[in-house]
Every structure is written in C-alpha cells, then in structure tokens.
Design a protein around this ligand. Structure first.
Ligand SMILES: [Zn+2]
Length: 541
C-alpha cells in the first residue's frame, strides 16, 4: 500500500464518521421542520440510508483494498444516501402540524416501553441460561447482556416514563400555568428550544440526565442538555414553577417547563398574563434571535427588572462537539448569535448592555432604566446560576461572582464573589496554561498512543520492506530481533504516560481564589500569608 493511501485512509475515517453524523442530524432536523413527527422523520432517514445500501448492492463494485475500498463501499454509499434523502425531502409536501391545547400523542409509548423491558429481561435470562449450559461463548454472552442492560432496559424505562408524562399532560388543565404563583417564564424562539445549553460527559450530570441519549450513554460519553432540562429543577427549587408557551408543532411537551399551548391568535395575551405573574423571565443568549416582540413588550410594560439574560457555560474541553452542533444548527437555519450581536439588537429597544461582560456562564439583570447588571459569571452548575438570581429577586443583593478583580499574576480581568474581593486570585490561563496548552494536556495521552502505534507500524514495516538476507542470523531470529525495539518503544510510552499531569478540571470556574476550593459551593477562607503578599504586589499592575 502506498504511503499516500495510508494517509488518505487515516483522514478519510474520521471524515466519514463526521459526514454520516451530519447527514443524520441535518436530514432528521429538516424532515422535522417540514412538519413530520419524530417517527416520520426517522422513516425518511431509514429510507435514505437503505437506498444508499441498495445502490451499493446494485453497483456491485469489485473487491478492492485500501482507499478504493473505502470509496466504493462507504463514501459512495454515503453519497447515494445523501442524494436520496435530499430528493425525498424536496418531494415531500410540507405538513401543517400546528395544534393548540393539550398534547395527546397517539404513539403507545408506555406499551412499547413495557415490551422493550420484557424483551431485555428475556434476553438476559436466555443469555445466562445458554452460557451456563455452555452453548454460547463468553463474547456472545457479553454482547447479549450489553444489548439488554445498555440499550433495551434503559430505552424501555425511558419510553415508560414518556408514556406516564404524556398521560399526565393529556388530562392536565394547561391554563392552570397562568394561575401559578411567582412562576419563572422561559422565553425563546420555538425552533431553537432544542439547542443545547451545555455539553458534558454523561457522568458529570449526576441525577440531571433525563434524555434517551443520556440513558443509553456510557459515563464518559458527551451528552447535550437543553436550557430547560438544565435549569428546571434548580429554578423550581429556588424561585418558582417553570413555565413557557409551547410550540404549536410539539408532538409532545418537551421535558422542563410546564407549557401552555396558545392559539396563533391569542398567544400575546397569554405572554402578557404569564409575564405579569412571573417572579422572573429567563432568556438564553445565543438562541434568542426572534424575540424582538417579547423584549420590546417587556421594556414597554416596565417588566424588564424581572428579566434575566443567561449565557452558556464555558465550552472548554468540548470544542469539537460544539463546533459540530453549531454547524448543524447553522445548516438548519438557526445560527448562533453572539452576546455582542444580542446587545446590539437590544440597544434600540431600550436595553443598555454596554459595559457588561457577557462571558460564559453569566446571568445579567436590568435596573429600572434598562441598564444591564452582571449578577454572576463563569458559572458552571445550575445552582451557580440560580442562587444569585434568587438573592437578587428576593433581596436585591449581589451574591454571585460579579465583582471585577484582576488576576494576581497576569492582571487580566476576572470576577470574584463579594466576600472574596480581598483575596488573591489566579485566572485559568495562569493556573493551567493558555487554552491551546490546555487542549494539548487533554488530548496528549491519546496523541502519544497514536504516535506509539505509528512507531510499531514503522518498526514492522522496516522488517517487511528490507527483509534480512535469507539464512542470516536476523532472518532466523526475526521475532526476537523485532522484540527489542518494540519493547523499548513501549517502555518509552509507559514512561511518558506515567509522567503526565492530570488534565485541567472542567467544572471549575475561570478565576479561583488562591488557597481556597472555589467551586461555588464550598469557599474556604484559609489563605497562607506569603500568597497574600504576592497578591498585593500583583494587584497593583
Ligand atoms: Zn492570570
């Protein structure tokens, strides 16, 4: 195989994964936006994917190796699937799915869920019985149990929960949300409510994850949470019931805020009632393009002191996932909006956001004149966002990470809790190195392993390309001779991996007071004397 071929294959594999993911995400989203329900949209994708496979069978490419194989069997299959999916989407008529009043999904979620749970239990029993009898090898047994415990059971339980929720919603009085006391009203453009607010490893959320993806994910897999999923519990616990107007296109109400499905003719009246009752009105930056009417109305009616603008937490460590999803959302027609763009579009409506740092994890409130006020910033967990909001609503007190300070080493602007202002603090760059250094620390171990694999391939490749003379010592002991560099190379890998530092933690705020565990929940006052001295000199910069 040519070297060029190998390089092209190495590039081609991740590109193929990305291309398939894009096809699935964009195709499904487009079908949904044409007015097709999840099942219908999934059928479109299955039809597109199946036609790609059929096209490959019909083409019947000759057996090949290397890059040609990838192109024949994967890239052309992908291309056929994309073309067919695009044609289906162009031909399909747009459907009108706007309905009002309670959602009554016809899909038997609970029944299908029960079936999957029973199937999972049956499969586990059969696998255990067969492997005890010895008619199944351990590999098959592990695969069977993984399918049952990792997919069938969690999916079944998830569908059962959906079923219970759907039943509860179908019979509830949805206008009841207007009679709730001190609710928190969630405003957003409907098409953007499915966008993620945060992406983290499934295990980091603790009890938070509720989506199907989270249920079947491994602990270290990335899972996205929407704004609602992220804040529902924290807002309910600290401020009041979480409510929103529902999108008329919802098949079933998404998890999070309690919804009122208003008619196209009277939704403004319902916004009016909800906004006047509300203790707080929350809006997410980055997904708040088409909210002009709501912002204008809130300012005119003098309700802007209830408004809280919230930005996403830091995306550090998940840049690839974010880049992928932002690309998907852009293709689907709802690009990300930066804080500066939002500030510029709100200025003519009477909101003065100039002079406020809308960095990641910020909550911004407004005073009587519509001037913005930073409540907290660099928040990571729901409570870190919500408790400064609660203290502001109840006591007009600033308790978040909102006091401007500077890093005691580089002088960069950072933010501190009011009680921590006298403490020295270090920014993330000073603690763990610049962003590019932090990225390297996170991927270094994988990069070293890759380099090690390349080295092994090179060592074996040399033996193949320049075979030792037949009958020579090297030829007779080729295995032993190759063992020496392979063992040495592996020892070097172990040595390097053993000396590596831990990657920078992700759930930690930007600036940390030196000598304290500043994670938003435990703020220890202990601070050694020499560091304070350094802080005083550093602070004057
Ligand atoms: Zn610094």
């Amino acid at each position: 195989m040519q070297m060029l071929d190998i390089i092209l294959i190495l590039i081609s594999l991740p590109a193929l994964v990305l291309a398939c993911a894009l096809w699935a995400a964009v195709g499904y989203g487009s079908a949904r936006r044409l007015g097709y329900r999840p099942v219908g949209a999934a059928m479109v994708m299955i039809a597109g994917g199946a036609s790609g496979v059929v096209a490959t069978i019909v083409r019947h490419p000759p057996n090949s190796t290397g890059l040609q194989f990838l192109v024949d069997f994967f890239w052309l299959t992908w291309l056929s699937a994309v073309v067919v999916t695009a044609i289906i989407l162009l031909v399909l008529p747009r459907r009108q799915l706007r309905t009002f009043g309670n959602r009554r999904p016809g899909f038997p979620f609970a029944r299908i869920g029960q079936l999957l749970v029973v199937a999972g239990l049956l499969l586990s029993t059969v696998v255990i019985a067969w492997s005890v009898r010895g008619s199944m090898d351990s590999g098959q047994a592990v695969a069977g149990l993984a399918l049952a415990a990792g997919f069938l059971l969690p999916t079944g339980r998830y569908l059962q929960r959906l079923g219970r929720r759907a039943d509860a919603e179908a019979t509830s009085d949805q206008y009841g949300v207007e009679r709730l006391e001190h609710p928190v009203l969630y405003l957003r453009a409907f098409r953007q409510e499915g966008q993620f607010f945060t992406i983290r490893a499934a295990s980091e959320y603790g009890t938070l994850p509720r989506s199907w993806h989270a249920a079947v994910s491994k602990p270290d897999q990335n899972v996205g949470r929407t704004f609602e999923e992220y804040f529902a519990d924290a807002l309910k616990g600290s401020i009041g019931p979480f409510v929103a107007l529902g999108s008329p296109e919802d098949y079933m109400a998404p998890e999070g805020a309690a919804r009122l499905y208003a008619k196209d003719t009277d939704w403004m009246e319902h916004v009016n009632v909800l906004a006047r009752n509300a203790a707080a009105i929350v809006v997410e930056v980055g997904a708040s393009a088409n909210l002009r009417w709501e912002f204008e109305y809130i300012r005119q009616e003098g309700l802007h002191q209830k408004l809280f603008v919230i930005t996403r937490p830091s995306t550090e460590g998940k840049w690839l996932s974010w880049a992928f999803w932002k690309l998907v959302w852009r293709i689907q027609g709802s690009p990300n909006v930066s804080f500066r763009e939002v500030a510029a579009s709100l200025a003519p409506l009477g909101y003065d956001l100039a002079g406020v740092d809308g960095g990641p994890g910020s909550v911004i409130a407004f005073d009587t004149d519509g001037k913005a006020l930073l409540l907290t910033t660099r928040a990571v967990w729901p409570e870190e966002f919500v408790s400064p909001m609660r203290d502001w609503i109840n006591e007009r007190r600033l308790t978040g990470r909102c006091v401007p300070a500077s890093c005691s080493r580089c002088g960069r602007r950072v933010y501190a809790f009011p009680e921590d202002t006298q403490k020295a603090r270090e920014c993330r760059d000073c603690r763990y190195g610049r962003p590019i250094v932090r990225v390297w620390k996170r991927i270094a171990s994988r990069a070293y392993v890759l380099i090690w694999i390349v080295g092994i391939v090179v060592i074996c490749g040399i033996a193949v390309i320049w075979p030792p003379a037949s009958g020579s010592f090297f030829e007779r002991h080729i295995g032993g001779v190759l063992m020496v560099p392979i063992v040495a190379w592996s020892a070097i890998l172990m040595l390097v991996l053993g000396r590596m530092e831990d990657p920078p933690p992700l759930g930690e705020p930007d600036a940390v007071a030196i000598g304290s565990a500043d994670d938003g929940t435990t703020r220890v006052a202990a601070e050694p004397e020499p560091k304070r001295a350094r802080a005083l000199t550093g602070g004057r910069k």
